[in-house]
Design a protein around this ligand. Structure first.
Ligand code: ME8
Length: 527
């Protein structure tokens, strides 16, 4: 039976336009999903939108539209963004969809019948923009929300509670026994300390607004955001309607989330699953933030970068490459336009682009575009190139498997550098001048084309469009979508192949001015 892999991103709030920080999370998940498909897994990759709550209701009221009309427009924008970023999600879940409402109500019913949901009274301080409850002790010096520093509201209302406290011991034991359950380790330790302080029951309903999923049988209550949001992970994989699919994809292999929501995913979510007698996800991975001069990129800080504008300017693959290469998974990483342009020029236009261009040019010039049979011809540098290709693929696989994505990207680029060095070592232009070296020249050009074929496979999860272009320019037979990691074995490029004419992958970006003010003087077309 084929192995399966289920990966999720958080579902995003349609309260604001998505910025490049959100695109970071989705790019990471997409790369992991594409890598697993390449490795032969049956993958289910889920993203979506988290549409309920008082904040959305208020914004819609202000705009004079219904909440659903308001979110419809924003969510269409999310979907367009993911498409433009080459995100290969298998489903997009909206929490306002009927299929999800059914799941949430059924889960509520089951846990209520079990006795782990009960009715009580909630008193507390609530921050509407952050959709968080706080205690007096947690407020900032001005008595405001410790996260966004806006005023909190006192609320007292009848509410349903989930007995989180019932599951604290089992959860702690699970975390301690399963090292991979919460990653990276720093987040795992934070969670262990948090749970050790004791877990209070969780308020899971509200009566002060109605844009949410009604509590079954008590419809003046709507189910409060996290109980609704987290359960999205069960909806599209057949929890209620397709037992076979559900058995295939649950438990999830990884919930990839930003570090500030690890707590909800590694405490509330496992407790809900335990109450449902369902197995827990294999991993919750908390990635770091994209920061601008040390501050989290966020709308409230006014430092957001619009991913659509960046895609228009530089193309999706360049942005994906930058995010994956520049930031170590789990740590915060700096976003800057200058650093992006530097990466495009050095790594994409120069390293990768030139290798392809030079190789195809030489095959065209010296052999009429054909990969001719070396008939035993060789150079003294060939063995080390083939050995390095194998090492690169082995390292890349190991790094991808342990989610060291930026290391895997570096490994692929080191091999690009290695293949470029092979051109200098073998000097094909000199071989071409000597008829006795015809075989050696054919071997060198074959080895370069073969290196590029292997590079296109390693690049595929990172920059899918570019990988496909390399495949097409090499004029390799077959559909690139059918290529697998196991094809990254030396020698699969057919002899006699007529390669295509080179087309620049990434034009160099000329910069005018210096530092932050640098302006792109776009001479070429974006790829
Ligand atoms: O939290 N850098 O939604 P959300 C990196 N609806 N990641 C960032 C970021 C940045 N600057 N800014 C935001 C929610 N993110 C809930 C999730 S899941 C059942 C419910 C990430 O739209 C953030 O860390 O506020 C989070 O993982 C994701 O965007 C969604 O944030």
């Amino acid at each position: 039976m084929r192995k399966s892999f289920y990966i999720t991103t958080p579902i995003y709030y349609p309260s604001a336009k998505l910025h490049i920080g959100h695109a970071y999370c989705t790019t990471l998940a997409d790369t992991m999903a594409r890598y697993k498909r390449l490795a032969g897994y049956d993958v289910f990759f889920l993203t979506g939108s988290d549409e309920h709550g008082q904040k959305i209701q208020r914004t819609a009221e202000k705009e004079g539209v219904t909440p659903i009309a308001y979110v419809d427009g924003i969510v269409a924008g999310f979907q367009k963004l993911w498409e433009r970023l080459s995100v290969s999600n298998d489903d997009f879940i909206r929490t306002s969809e009927e299929r999800h409402i059914k799941v949430v109500q059924e889960i509520f019913r089951r846990i209520y019948e079990k006795g782990d949901i009960y009715k009580g009274e909630y008193k507390g301080l609530y921050c509407t923009p952050c959709e968080s409850y706080w205690t007096n002790l947690q407020l900032d010096d001005n008595g405001c929300c410790p996260d966004c520093h806006r005023p909190v509201e006192e609320v007292a209302e009848e509410a349903y509670f989930f007995r989180l406290s019932n599951y604290a011991d089992r959860l702690l034991q699970h975390i301690e026994e399963n090292e991979d359950f919460i990653q990276p380790v720093s987040r795992r330790n934070e969670m262990i300390n948090f749970i050790k302080q004791g877990l209070e029951d969780l308020c899971i309903s509200r009566t002060s607004f109605d844009w949410g999923i009604p509590v079954p049988g008590d419809e003046k209550h709507v189910i409060y955001v996290w109980f609704d949001a987290l359960t999205n992970y069960l909806t599209p994989i057949g929890f209620l309607d397709d037992a076979e699919k559900f058995a295939k994809f649950w438990p999830a292999d990884i919930h990839l989330v930003g570090k500030e929501i690890v707590r909800f995913h590694s405490i509330i979510w496992p407790c809900i699953l335990m109450a449902l007698d369902l197995p827990l996800p294999k991993q919750i991975y908390g990635h770091g933030w994209l920061v601008v001069k040390g501050d989290k990129m966020s709308k409230s800080k006014g430092n957001v970068v619009d991913p659509l504008l960046l895609i228009d300017e530089f193309g999706a693959d360049a942005i994906r490459y930058f995010l994956l290469r520049e930031i170590n998974l789990g740590q915060d990483g700096n976003f800057s336009r200058d650093a992006l342009i530097t990466r495009i020029n050095a790594d994409l236009a120069n390293d990768l682009g030139n290798l392809l261009h030079r190789t195809l040019n030489m095959i065209g010039k010296f052999q009429g575009g054909i990969l001719v049979d070396p008939a035993g011809g060789a150079t003294e540098f060939d063995e080390s190139l083939t050995a390095d290709a194998k090492t690169a693929v082995d390292n890349y696989t190991r790094e991808m498997d342990v989610r060291a994505l930026s290391d895997a990207v570096k490994t692929a680029w080191n091999f690009i550098g290695r293949a470029s060095k092979y051109i200098d070592e073998t000097a094909p232009w000199a071989l071409a001048k000597d008829p006795a070296k015809k075989g050696a020249l054919a071997a060198v050009l074959y080895n370069l084309a073969e290196s590029l074929r292997i590079i296109s496979i390693m690049v595929a999860p990172i920059m899918p469009t570019t990988a496909q272009k390399i495949h097409e320019q090499l004029n390799l037979p077959g559909d690139f979508a059918a290529v697998r990691l196991s094809d990254a074995e030396w020698g699969k490029t057919p002899l006699g192949l007529t390669v295509g004419t080179p087309v620049q992958l990434f034009p160099r970006i000329e910069i005018e001015g210096e530092g932050k003010q640098a302006v792109k003087k776009n001479k070429g077309k974006k790829s």
